[in-house]
Design a protein around this ligand. Structure first.
Ligand SMILES: [Zn+2]
Length: 297
């Protein structure tokens, strides 16, 4: 099967072309999301048209930001990062235009399915994925299936409360996990301590130079990450937790987490492995390959 897969985000459209199991090429361009849903649609159509004039294709997969009804391929809700995207019938519009089957899925779900079928979760039946960045996103696999919840919005792990009465969160609550354990939280705390620690890279290069300050800040932050993971381990008893987000490529974080989690959980839960996501920013297009080719059903 020949597949065109796109991953629509707030800043970029990542896209790829697959011929059978082979990734033939992939690339990225701006999504112009702030200019609105119609502009994003225009960009989606031009990516597909450009690829389609040079390569044959049997199906199109679209991973996108926003809440998606994957049966109808409609955007149920998108926030202010893509104005006027809510309600867009992406599947219908693209099938009418390109005359091939189109699948649409939420980007977090698509990335998780990519990791599950081709990446770090390959072969695992019960595992969790969490992504650390501005906030914290998550997904849950139970018995090889993505668990979506009653309204399809399960696994908002960033809003578990780990500090009752703590910092205010955009969701309206206080003390949410992502206010303490996201990459943004690390940078906020580190920068308040030392203005030179203005991003993740600066903090970790100080750590590599054996800065005690940087190590202490990172250790406290890793501890915050562990609080959420320990709760999830007790609830789901996963075989594996896959961690994504640029900062997780710093090897110290995952090795320290494995250590803390062994120290802080009951022995019957020590089998859990904590590991790095393996597909990086191609997880979403791989997820759409799995969905469109029925390797994930
Ligand atoms: Zn919250």
């Amino acid at each position: 099967m020949k597949i065109i897969a796109l991953d629509i985000g707030g800043t970029a459209i990542k896209y790829a072309y697959f011929d059978g199991d082979d990734l033939i090429f992939d690339d990225v361009r701006p999504s112009d999301a702030l200019l609105g849903g119609n502009k994003v649609l225009e960009n989606i159509i031009s990516v597909i048209s450009e690829i389609g004039t040079q390569y044959p294709y049997d199906t199109i997969g679209i991973s996108t930001a926003g809440q998606v009804d994957s049966t109808t391929g409609t955007i149920i809700y998108a926030n202010e990062n893509i104005p006027d995207y809510t309600g867009m019938e992406l599947k219908k519009i693209l099938e009418d235009k390109f005359k091939v089957p189109v699948c649409v899925e939420n980007d977090v779900n698509a990335a998780a399915i990519g990791e599950a079928i081709y990446g770090a979760g390959k072969g695992e039946s019960d595992f969790l994925c969490l992504t650390y960045g501005t906030g914290i996103g998550g997904s849950i696999f139970l018995n090889h299936k993505l668990y979506k919840g009653y309204q399809g919005v399960a696994a908002e792990m960033g809003h578990m409360v780990t500090h009752p009465g703590g910092l205010p969160c955009g969701c309206g609550s206080y003390g949410c996990y992502e206010q303490y354990a996201s990459t943004t939280a690390l940078i906020r705390t580190a920068k308040a301590h030392n203005p030179e620690f203005y991003n993740g890279k600066a903090i970790f290069s100080a750590f590599d130079r054996e800065s005690k300050d940087a190590k202490r800040l990172i250790d406290n932050w890793v501890k915050e990450i562990s609080y959420g993971l320990i709760n999830l381990i007790y609830i789901f008893n996963p075989s594996l937790i896959v961690l994504g987000g640029g900062i997780m490529t710093q090897p110290y974080i995952i090795s320290k987490l494995n250590e803390i989690i062994k120290e802080s959980t009951m022995p019957s839960f020590h089998g859990v492995k904590i590991t790095l996501a393996s597909l990086g920013n191609l997880a979403g297009v791989y997820g759409m390959k799995a969905i469109t080719s029925n390797e994930y059903q």
